[in-house]
Design a binder for this molecule. Structure first.
Ligand SMILES: *Cc1c(COP(=O)(O)O)cnc(C)c1O
Length: 220
């Protein structure tokens, strides 16, 4: 078995079966993605539109592509034909653009609202109040080609397990409160949280999707 396949298996053993593993392949060459594909894995996460589009074009078409990085509105059109889930919706303007491009492609694009849960200044994301504003906007009903499936968050980059745990717990609580706004377009159920350093904690705190890169492919 290849090292990549071994790493994936080891991580899966630490996760409940209900938690989906997304292999974060950013910066990795096509050959590495092909090797991962050949090992039977089909769910890849990328953080840059151009890189994801190039890889999509070169690889088999039964791969699920997850966009996990910051997305600019003018780049939505490049991924709208094929993206499986956009984890990083951080404005209503972006959501409207995703809807527009999804419609052009006659499809519905599942999305997550990225929520800011860390203490750092640098991480993108909405506050709970801003997320609530989007979910209660009368305009949301007009966006027939998106589905809001849940939330995504990144914990602080800290050694304090207690702090990471409390940030993940907070995201789970926020997701529960946002479920009150469930509707045709809104079905809050996914919680995308957990990376190489904290996926075990995230799973314990109710993650439904972990985004793991370096623990599978080595450091970048
Ligand atoms: C890079 C990245 C990851 C994976 O990080 P690792 O520490 O390599 O597991 C997860 N989520 C996002 C948003 C990322 O940009």
């Amino acid at each position: 078995m290849s090292l990549i396949a071994e790493n994936i298996q080891l991580i899966k053993q630490q996760l409940p079966e209900t938690v989906k593993l997304i292999a974060v392949t950013k910066t990795k060459p096509i050959a590495v993605l092909q090797e991962t594909y050949d090992a039977g894995f089909r769910t890849f996460g990328e953080n840059k539109v151009q890189e994801m589009t190039e890889k999509y074009n070169s690889l088999p078409k039964d791969i699920e592509w997850h966009l996990i990085g910051h997305l600019q509105t003018n780049k939505v059109k490049y991924i709208a034909p094929f993206v499986s889930l956009i984890h990083s919706v951080d404005s209503f303007k972006l959501l409207k653009e995703i809807d527009k491009e999804a419609k052009k492609n006659s499809r519905t694009i599942p999305c997550l609202l990225q929520i800011f849960i860390a203490t750092e200044e640098t991480k993108f994301g909405l506050s709970e109040a801003e997320a609530t504003e989007i979910l209660t906007s009368p305009t949301l009903k007009e966006l027939k080609n998106i589905k809001l499936m849940g939330v995504m968050g990144m914990a602080s980059n800290t050694d304090s397990e207690a702090q990471i745990r409390s940030e993940f717990r907070n995201l789970k609580e926020i997701a529960k409160r946002l479920q009150h706004f469930n509707s045709e377009q809104v079905q809050i159920q996914e919680i995308s949280m957990g990376m190489s350093s904290d996926y075990v904690i995230a799973a314990q705190e109710g993650s439904t999707m972990v985004r793991v890169g370096s623990a599978i492919f080595g450091s970048r």
